[in-house]
Design a protein around this ligand. Structure first.
Ligand code: PLP
Length: 505
């Protein structure tokens, strides 16, 4: 078949942030995950959004996804990419809009939590498996892909939901048996799908993570796997196959506001993103570089405010106390995806980028040059304390009748600080990264601390549906009654043998 339109598309390749190694195709970048030199893959150029915004405004989520992703993944055929999109953004989402927008007191919340695990990681993890199996076919990889993941709770579940029953893949998730919440464990051990395996380990998250990394680097094990027709791959957030799908919803949000008459074509908007690993906000930065009219990228941190300090001082310093907060998915001291921004700020100098990243791992910090700091003017950074986060939840509930999860509340609180400092009246979209149902305890505590004290998890969920009027999502309803399908528990040191046993080798 001749793909007429495809021939007009400029080829985008992916190069490493840490060396001048030859760039690879998009499909290879997705298969490899990380460059061999330890760097991240970045596009050789950010493609232009060469579709009229008013045309995008008429499109469905899937159509916008195709317009955006085809520009980045230029070695995928139209047929391949459309099939990946159709398989990802389907009835797994509880709304046809996939990423609807809610207006609350003049602010627009882009709800990225309508997928299988009611958090924003579903946006990328629902398509990654399809991109990966398509990439494997394109590159004549005959082996079955085995995704190996260590999880502290959320990512493992979202990855499983994405890979469940995807032909040509298996997924094995290790979690600390005593290190995740009861609901998180229930979500994982009830996971369906003949190709999903969940294993608890007697150890902490670091033990699981370390053992997984070791298996990835174990050449002997790689040989054994290859002989049996398998190869490992990773679904972590630095994969290009997770980054590119995240650009889509910023374009779609703009298109939705335009269609609904909330903005004029070409009018600039601000975007606020609750940030941990810097993946979500980097996608917004790429959207801006594609030509989407974005003014400020507002980066919101919780009490682990490494990024706020970085934007303020030009020094990234992870040498500090790690704080456990009510927004656990943002409890991060090393924001891996920031490396892509650093690379861009250096004027794409892999040597300088490598130096900074090496100094981060050796000394725990690095400082960017004055010149590089000028490139940060697209960004505004701030943070919310635990008290401010809780206040944002109650203020938005009592003032707007809308219930925020703690991650989104961090963003809402930071946006209020931004408004007080700048009085900027630009139309603003807040990336809403999780359903409040995922964090019912913190949310109900913020709404009324005395009334909801001492209630069980499902009682809190009942209370939340009463006060918010939002129906309980299917994902929550299901785990109440779903049977436990996985009950394996092993020592961290036995993880490789467990993998062999699962694969029958
Ligand atoms: C992962 C996550 C974030 C942080 O996103 P990054 O891309 O890591 O910056 C924010 N909120 C929720 C609910 C998440 O799961």
């Amino acid at each position: 078949m001749i793909m007429g339109r495809k021939e007009e598309v400029m080829e985008v390749l992916y190069k490493s942030t840490r060396s001048e190694n030859a760039p690879v195709t998009a499909s290879m970048a997705i298969l490899k995950g990380l460059s061999e030199d330890g760097g991240l893959f970045v596009p050789t150029q950010i493609p232009k959004l060469d579709v009229k915004l008013s045309d995008l405004a008429q499109m469905s989520y899937q159509e916008v996804a195709y317009e955006v992703m085809s520009r980045f993944l230029s070695d995928f055929t139209e047929e391949e990419l459309k099939s990946c999109i159709a398989n990802a953004y389907d009835a797994k989402f509880d709304t046809e809009k996939i990423a609807p927008i809610k207006e609350v007191n003049g602010v627009y919340y882009l709800e990225l939590f309508h997928g299988a695990t009611i958090a924003f990681k579903d946006m990328a993890l629902s398509i990654l498996p399809h991109l990966m199996t398509t990439a494997a076919k394109k590159n004549q990889v005959k082996n079955e892909i085995v995704i190996l993941t260590a999880t502290s709770g959320d990512t493992g579940k979202a990855a499983m939901a994405g890979f469940a029953d995807v032909p040509g893949t298996k997924i094995i998730v290790f979690y600390p048996k005593h290190g995740v919440s009861a609901i998180q464990e229930k979500q994982m051990v009830t996971q369906k799908g003949d190709n999903t395996y969940v294993v608890g380990i007697t150890g902490n998250f670091d033990d699981a993570q370390t053992a997984v990394k070791k298996m990835f680097n174990d050449r002997q094990m790689a040989k054994e796997l290859d002989a049996a027709g398998f190869q490992f791959s990773s679904a972590n957030s630095i994969n290009v196959g997770r980054l590119v799908p995240q650009v889509v919803y910023y374009v779609y949000a703009y298109a939705t506001l335009l269609r609904d008459g909330k903005i004029q074509e070409g009018q600039k908007i601000n975007v606020v993103v609750p940030t941990g690993n810097f993946g979500n906000i980097l996608a917004a930065y790429y959207a801006k570089q594609m030509g989407l009219p974005i003014q400020k990228l507002i980066c919101a941190s919780n009490e682990n405010k490494v990024l706020f300090d970085f934007f303020r001082t030009g020094t990234y310093d992870r040498r500090r106390e790690f704080k456990l907060t009510s927004s656990p998915s943002m409890d991060i001291l090393i924001s891996s995806n920031l490396e892509r921004l650093i690379y861009s700020l250096t004027g794409e100098d892999p040597k300088l980028c490598r130096q900074m990243m090496e100094s981060l791992s050796k000394d725990g910090c690095y400082t960017i040059t004055e010149e590089m700091r000028e490139g940060l003017s697209d960004f505004y950074g701030n943070f919310c304390s635990e008290g401010e986060t809780s206040e944002a939840i109650s203020a938005t509930f009592y003032g707007g009748g809308y219930v925020l999860d703690p991650h989104t509340a961090v963003a809402a609180g930071v946006y209020q600080k931004y408004l007080r400092q700048t009085e900027d009246s630009t139309v603003t979209v807040i990336a809403s990264t999780a359903s409040p149902y995922k964090f019912a305890r913190s949310v109900m505590g913020a709404i009324d601390s005395t009334r909801y004290e001492g209630l069980g998890d499902f009682q809190l969920i009942e209370a939340l549906t009463k006060v918010s009027g939002v129906p309980i999502p299917k994902a929550v309803e299901e785990i109440r009654t779903a049977p436990v399908l996985h009950d394996r528990v092993v020592d961290a040191c036995d993880m490789p043998d467990t993998v062999r046993e699962i694969l029958g080798i």
